[in-house]
Design a protein around this ligand. Structure first.
Ligand SMILES: Cc1ncc(COP(=O)(O)O)c(C=O)c1O
Length: 390
């Protein structure tokens, strides 16, 4: 008899791009030069001062569990960072260190969602959000968004889609896959709209630091009771170290700590020690250089893709993604991605991975490659368009 696994695990979709990635790896193994624009992680390795701090932590024997909330010194350093970057005084007691932003999402969804309840999420959006909600027997109410609202939830949309089972809204600024940013007044509007219904506002600020020409506002500037997810993965370039944090209202911290103790005991100890070096001026100088490099990449790829006929209606201000409408070329986004991988060896992600709304007409490019590689990718894409028969 076939073994049966849980309905919640069956309900979770894999990343569709993985099939493409497997094929990309096959092509690479057979000697092809594949340009990877599908991967959502910085191509830079972790900055040297952080690596050195990690090595020193290992040599000093910091290999055991920490407190479930995380190292006090790291929580204080993060509070100091809020002061420096946003002029905010956040009590370190409100900060929990988590295994990646993913760990923070696990804590927030476990705390805030009962079975049958749901959060409003923008479609397109980061797919794992709805999967985490499903795991805790809740769900996502996907709200279709397009360029007219900057691909973000708005106070009006929250009002329109809120129903008796809605308990909150989750937004990301900058967002994945669109790179759009919510400004302070938009965040305040979302806060007021969710508060009016007695709901929770959760803001994913994982791409903070990676914004170009502006600094993203934190929701904590306008709503001291919002839940904020953040991570060392993207701006701090530590994807593989698995480290993030959650800022929660004071009254939620005890329950979150209990969940953390049970779900993962503590975030990785050596990663926490390494992350202490993130806030040193010499590290921040390296991270800012990288941010400038991402800006140059965006400024190369965005006009080049538009010139080729890709529809990118709003200029993305952050993260390292371009979400492009391919309607002008005809055909389905998955087949489109396959075509470019097979014929030109350029890999990018079909819209299907980010939701349902017009997903078949969109693809995401991650500019996580050097400028010369991006230039080469543009040339290959231009050539591939000539042989595409959508
Ligand atoms: C919007 C968003 N949130 C959360 C995450 C989770 O990242 P991590 O667990 O590495 O912090 C990602 C990763 O790509 C993301 O794009």
């Amino acid at each position: 008899m076939a073994q049966s696994y849980s309905a919640r695990s069956r309900a979770i979709e894999p990343f569709h791009v993985m099939a493409l990635l497997a094929r990309a790896n096959e092509l690479q193994a057979s000697g092809r030069d594949v340009i990877h624009l599908e991967i959502g992680e910085p191509d830079f390795t972790t900055a040297a001062p952080i690596v050195e701090a990690g090595q020193a932590a290992l040599a000093a024997g910091h290999t055991r569990y920490t407190a479930a909330r995380g190292l006090p010194a790291l929580r204080e350093a993060i509070a100091g960072f809020y002061h420096q970057r946003y002029a905010l005084d956040i009590d370190p007691q409100r900060i929990l260190i988590t295994p990646g932003g993913s760990g923070a999402l696990l804590l927030a969804s476990s705390l805030l969602v009962d079975p049958g309840k749901h959060w409003l999420l923008a479609d397109p959006g980061y797919p794992c959000n709805r999967h985490f909600l499903r795991l805790v027997e809740g769900g996502a109410q996907l709200v279709p968004v397009g360029p007219e609202v900057n691909y973000q939830l708005t106070a009006d949309l929250v009002e329109r889609y809120w129903d008796n089972d809605t308990v909150g809204a989750l937004v990301a600024s900058p967002a994945n896959p669109t790179g759009t940013v919510l400004d302070r007044s938009e965040l305040a509007g979302l806060s007021a709209a969710t508060r009016a219904h007695g709901g929770h506002l959760v803001v994913d600020e994982i791409y903070h630091g990676l914004t170009y020409g502006l600094d993203a506002a934190s929701v904590l500037e306008v709503d001291d009771h919002a839940f904020v997810l953040n991570s060392f993965s993207k701006y701090f370039g530590m994807t593989g170290w698995r480290l993030g944090w959650l800022v929660a209202p004071p009254e939620a911290v005890g329950d979150l700590e209990k969940l953390a103790q049970n779900l993962y005991i503590s975030a990785p100890s050596m990663a926490q020690h390494a992350a202490l070096a993130c806030f040193e001026p010499q590290t921040l100088a390296i991270l800012e250089e990288r941010r400038a490099e991402f800006a140059l990449r965006r400024d190369l790829l965005l006009p080049a893709l538009r010139e080729l006929g890709f529809g990118i209606a709003v200029e993305p201000q952050g993260a390292f993604y371009l979400y492009a409408d391919i309607s002008a070329f005809g055909g389905d986004a998955f087949a489109f991605c396959q075509h470019f991988l097979e014929t030109e060896h350029v890999a990018f992600t079909p819209g299907l991975d980010f939701g349902r709304h017009l997903a078949g007409h969109h693809v995401r490019f991650a500019y996580t490659q050097s400028l010369p590689r991006l230039q080469e990718a543009v040339e290959r894409i231009a050539r591939g368009l000539r042989s595409w028969q959508g």
